[in-house]
Design a binder for this molecule. Structure first.
Ligand code: ADP
Length: 227
């Protein structure tokens, strides 16, 4: 097995990138790399890298391109393919990351297909979502839940992870001040990043992501040609 295509999920925080990626992992057997999860794993382990990125994450700022690229590049170096499709969730977020990643792919396998998916959602919905988001505190799990009334992402037992039984908690960067900062930072980079891909000849799939997850998944699968 080798990697045939890489799908980039580009979208604001809370737009459902991670949730849709998880569904693709469960239902289609794809592989997801979330640079946010990699960062949180380093922080939870208290590694030197974790200490370096702690402040940026908690205050809703971006971690430096060099550190993020190093994490992604290491992942690709060490990865033994178990699926032909890899989703990159939350990477690249800057044009510099996009350029460096393009170079990495050309060395890794120039024939790889790159699919760019942009999640479209308004800031008000994002703020509502993030304010009711809870995450499994087990650093190996990090499953995401929503406590919004009627949400299909609610845990079965109150504040307990369905998958591993660990308690749920808030992410430090889901505090109101950090949410505002993350949205600001996202919008600062969004257009430049999408323009970079357009200029490089990629068509961008826009997914309106404020619909129920089941519908979003069905629409995404249809766009991917049934996968
Ligand atoms: P969200 O997209 O909801 O903000 P993530 O879990 O993807 O959440 O990322 C959390 C934080 O990790 C970001 O606010 C940022 O500090 C850091 N991070 C994740 N991916 C990147 C990236 N590609 N470049 C820079 N920083 C990143």
């Amino acid at each position: 097995m080798s990697i045939r295509r890489v799908v980039l999920f580009i979208g604001p925080p809370g737009s459902g990138k991670g949730t849709l990626a998880q569904l693709c992992v469960q239902k289609l057997g794809w592989v997801q790399i979330s640079t946010g999860d990699l960062c949180r794993q380093h922080m939870a382990q208290g590694s030197d890298l974790g200490k370096k990125i702690d402040f940026a994450i908690k205050s809703g700022k971006l971690v430096s391109d060099a550190l993020i690229n190093a994490m992604v590049f290491d992942w690709f170096k060490e990865y033994t393919p178990v699926s032909d499709t890899v989703i990159l969730d939350g990477y690249p977020r800057t044009v510099q990351q996009a350029k460096d990643f393009k170079q990495l792919l050309s060395q890794f396998d120039p024939s790889l297909a790159l699919i760019v998916v942009a999640f479209d959602i308004d800031d008000k919905t994002v703020i509502e979502r993030l304010s009711s988001r809870y995450v499994c505190q087990n650093k190996e799990c990090q499953k995401v839940y929503s406590l919004r009334p009627g949400s299909s992402l609610a845990p079965q037992k109150e504040m307990i992870c369905d998958d591993c039984g660990d308690p749920l908690g808030r992410r430090k960067d889901d505090e109101p001040v950090a949410i505002k900062e993350r949205l600001k930072v996202y919008h600062q980079h969004e257009q430049e990043l999408l323009s970079f891909y357009k200029k490089s000849g990629y068509s961008i799939w826009h997914l309106k992501s404020d619909m129920p997850l089941k519908e979003l998944f069905a629409l995404f699968k249809e766009k991917m040609g049934g996968c």
